[in-house]
Design a protein around this ligand. Structure first.
Ligand code: SAM
Ligand code: SF4
Length: 326
């Protein structure tokens, strides 16, 4: 088992498959960006090999992300490969949804069942202001395609930024209720290219107040897990679920069970880690699984207590979100 020096057990691996994106969300990446050379990206075989070694150490849950993962050619093939790794019980995907109309069915047929689609607003102009691109209609078509393919549950991720997306909370929550989707609001974190300020975070308790006032009363979900990243609620009128990821106002570091693999083969033990371990030479050169397993164990042992977003000590990582994997 991968247990760190704070007793946290790690079974969850987020795999970024590309740093490229067809949007340029202001909170995530700069407008002008030089993407990694494709030769730097781990191949599907290398990702699967890493997954095999990680699974032998207790990783059983994966999430594919990016950048925009659907930009990686033939992603359903990777889904099949990693889902077949002995010990892997669960594979999820986080996407901006733009390419789902073309790919949802193939991903479902490859065995993917859990999907998170990011959507911050239902207003086309604000969509363009936030993502620096058009695409709202495509994302809505992507959500419809995911429903048609049979994905369930479908979670919608929205970043909560004061003065920008607080006006979207109620319309998004109502949309999700109507469509049978699970809404998840994520507090804005200091991991993008923009200068972040704590006062720009639209906090979990404010979102909850808005939902209770203008949508419907909420109660903690029956399966509410106080240690999980999302605070899960359900509408008391039976209208579905809402999750809030309060990374800033209610950090969940002490129950973190995650490791991250970047698309260029760097292992990170925290989204906000300042250091990372290059494992590509052990996948691409002379393979040495015993050494790779030891590097994964050591990376877990090196994990710090938690991010220090709320302290003056906080240092923003050099990589922005799209290059780490959200
Ligand atoms: N491109 C895909 C997408 O947008 O879903 C996957 C990668 S994206 C980096 C993963 C998630 O991170 C998205 O839901 C996005 O909204 C979220 N995210 C990006 N930057 C963020 C920030 N500064 N604070 C909070 N969430 C952020
Ligand atoms: Fe792309 Fe996702 Fe980042 Fe938006 S949040 S720029 S869609 S990687």
């Amino acid at each position: 088992m991968l247990i760190d020096t704070f007793g946290r057990s790690h079974n969850n691996l987020r795999i970024s498959v590309t740093d490229r994106c067809n949007l340029r969300c202001t909170y995530c990446m700069p407008e002008e960006v030089v993407f990694m050379d494709r030769a730097e990206l781990l191949t599907f075989e290398e990702i699967t090999h890493f997954t095999c070694v990680a699974a032998s150490l207790g990783i059983d849950k994966l999430r594919l992300t990016g950048g925009e993962p659907l930009l990686r050619r033939d992603l359903p093939r990777l889904v099949r490969m990693v889902a077949a790794v002995p010990g892997i019980k669960d594979v999820g995907l986080t996407t901006n949804g733009l390419l789902l109309p073309q790919q949802a069915q193939a991903l479902f047929d490859a065995g993917l069942r859990r999907i998170n689609i990011s959507l911050d607003t239902l207003d086309p102009e604000r969509f363009r202001a936030i993502s620096r691109r058009d695409g709202l209609e495509q994302v809505l078509a992507g959500i419809a395609a995911a429903k048609k393919a049979g994905f369930s549950p479908i979670k919608i991720n929205a970043v909560s930024i004061r003065g920008l997306t607080e006006q979207d909370v109620v319309p998004l929550a109502r949309f999700a209720r109507e469509q049978g989707l699970e809404m998840r609001f994520i507090e804005y974190m200091p991991i993008g290219a923009q200068a972040w300020e704590r006062r720009k975070v639209y906090f979990a308790h404010e979102i909850l107040e808005q939902l209770e006032r203008d949508v419907a009363p909420l109660v903690p979900a029956e399966d509410y897990d106080p240690h999980a990243p999302a605070m899960d609620f359900q509408y008391s009128d039976g209208g579905g679920r809402v999750g809030i990821i309060a990374s800033v106002s209610r950090p969940f570091c002490m129950s973190c069970n995650r490791l991250r693999l970047t698309s260029d083969g760097k292992l990170r033990n925290c989204l906000f880690a300042l250091g990372e371990v290059d494992i590509k030479p052990l996948l691409r050169g002379t393979r040495d699984d015993a050494r790779l397993a030891e590097m994964i164990r050591q990376n877990v042992r090196d994990k710090w207590e938690g991010h220090e977003i709320n302290t003056a000590r906080f240092i923003k990582p050099q990589r922005t979100m799209h290059a780490i994997g959200g």
